[in-house]
Ligand binder design. Structure first.
Ligand code: SF4
Length: 356
C-alpha cells in the first residue's frame, strides 16, 4: 500500500541520515518539550546552544518553575518570539502546581496546557509516549503536499483539515516516535523548500511533484502577512554608571524585556521635530542636559515588522527630576544590573557598542 511504502521509506531514510541531536536520545517529556518550544521558528544550529543552556540551568521542570521570570527571559535573549519563553515558564508553574511536576501522559491532556498547541502536544506525546498521533509542521506540509500532490492552501481551514487527516492516516501504529522524527527530518534535509534532492530521493517513484515538475509550486501558501514598518526613537538617560530603563508591558513586541523610554513615530523624523511633539524630550532639552544623537540607525527585522531605530543619549550630571522620570516610567539601574536584565538583542547590541 502507498501509505505503508511512504512510512517505511521515510523511516529507513531517517535511520541512515538523521542528525544526532540531544533531544532525540531521550524519552523525557520535559526536555523534549524544551527542545520543541526552542526550535519553533528557529533553526537547529541556532536553537542548540539555547537547549543546552536551559537544560543545564533548569535540569528539571521544578527548577524552571521556581526561577524568576527575568532569569528565564535573560536566558532566552536573542531567540526572539519572547511569548514562547513566557508561556514556557507559565506552563512549568502549572505542571508543578497542578500536576505535581509530572507531565500529562496523553496528547489530549497536553493540549490543555498553556502554550502547548496541536503540534507540540503531538511531538511530546509521540516522542515521549509513542502515542499514534501525527506531527504537522512546515516540513510535514511540504513533504505531504509534494508527494501526494495536495494543492490546497496550507493556511486555509480546508487545507489544514486535509493535511491533518492525511498525516494521521500515515503514522504507523507503534512507530509514531521514529516516524514523526523521520518525516520532519526528511523535510528539513531532503525535501527542502528551495532545492529538494529529488534525484537521490527514495520517494521519487511515488512523488507527484517530482513526476509533474511541481516542486516549486508546492506547498501552496496563499496568505501573505503584510510587513509593518515602525520607527523608534529611544531616549537613553545615563547618570555616570547608571541607566534609566523600563520593562515593556502590554501586548506589543518584547513584553517583559527591558528597554528605554521610547518615542514611536509613523516615519523617520529629525530630533527637532520630535522635540516639538514630545514633552519629555522637550523638558530634557530645556534642562540643558547634554544630548547626543547616536549617528547609527539600527535596523531590526522581526517576522512581520521592520524596525528602524535611533538613540538619543542624555548624559546627566545630577539626578533627573522625579516628575520627568515618572512621566517616562523608568527606573535607575547600575550598569552591572543592566547587564543581567533580559533585553531585546537590539538593545543589547546598542549598549555594547555605545555605552559599556
Ligand atoms: S522527489 Fe523531490 S519533491 Fe518529492 S519527496 Fe523527494 S525530494 Fe521531495
Amino acid at each position: 500500500m502507498e501509505e505503508t511504502f511512504f512510512a517505511e521509506q521515510i523511516i529507513s531514510w531517517y535511520l541512515k541520515h538523521k542528525r544526532n541531536l540531544p533531544w532525540r536520545s531521550t524519552e523525557d517529556p520535559y526536555t523534549i518539550w524544551l527542545s520543541e518550544i526552542i526550535l519553533q521558528q528557529t533553526r537547529v544550529a541556532q536553537g542548540l546552544p539555547y537547549y543546552h543552556k536551559f537544560v543545564t540551568e533548569f535540569p528539571t521542570i521544578q527548577h524552571l518553575a521556581d526561577a524568576p521570570a527575568d532569569t528565564v527571559l535573560r536566558l532566552w535573549q536573542g531567540l526572539g518570539y519572547y511569548s514562547r519563553a513566557r508561556n514556557l515558564h507559565a506552563c512549568a508553574k502549572i505542571i508543578v502546581s497542578e500536576y505535581g511536576g509530572i507531565f500529562p501522559g496523553s496528547y489530549q491532556e497536553l493540549l490543555q496546557l498553556k502554550g502547548i498547541g496541536a503540534y507540540t502536544a503531538a511531538a511530546i506525546a509521540s516522542f515521549a509516549y509513542n502515542e499514534t498521533v501525527p506531527v504537522v509542521d512546515g516540513n510535514v506540509y511540504r513533504v505531504l503536499s509534494r508527494v501526494f500532490g495536495i494543492k490546497n492552501d496550507i493556511l486555509s481551514s480546508k487545507g489544514q483539515k486535509i493535511f491533518r487527516e492525511l498525516a494521521a492516516s500515515l503514522v504507523p501504529e507503534g512507530k509514531a516516535n521514529v516516524y514523526n522524527q523521520a518525516i520532519m527530518e526528511f523535510g528539513a534535509l531532503q525535501c527542502t523548500p528551495a532545492k529538494p534532492a529529488c534525484l537521490l530521493c527514495p520517494l521519487s517513484t511515488m512523488c507527484y511533484a517530482f513526476q509533474h515538475g511541481q516542486q516549486k509550486r508546492l506547498p501552496v501558501k496563499l496568505k501573505k502577512t503584510k510587513m509593518k514598518h515602525r520607527f523608534f526613537h529611544y531616549v537613553v538617560v545615563r547618570q555616570g554608571d547608571y541607566l534609566l530603563m523600563k520593562q515593556r508591558m502590554g501586548k506589543d513586541i518584547w513584553t517583559g524585556l527591558y528597554d528605554f523610554y521610547l518615542i514611536e513615530g509613523q516615519k523617520d523624523i529629525s530630533i527637532e521635530e520630535l522635540t516639538e511633539k514630545n514633552d519629555v524630550l522637550l523638558q530634557l532639552i530645556k534642562q540643558k542636559k547634554v544630548s547626543v544623537e547616536v549617528p547609527n540607525t539600527y535596523k531590526h527585522q522581526l517576522t512581520h515588522q521592520r524596525l528602524q531605530v535611533k538613540f538619543i543619549v542624555f548624559n546627566l550630571q545630577e539626578a533627573l527630576p522625579d516628575d520627568i522620570s515618572e512621566q517616562m516610567q523608568v527606573k535607575l539601574y547600575s550598569f552591572e544590573d543592566v547587564r543581567k536584565l533580559p533585553k531585546p538583542i537590539l538593545i543589547d547590541n546598542f549598549l555594547n557598542e555605545q555605552i559599556f
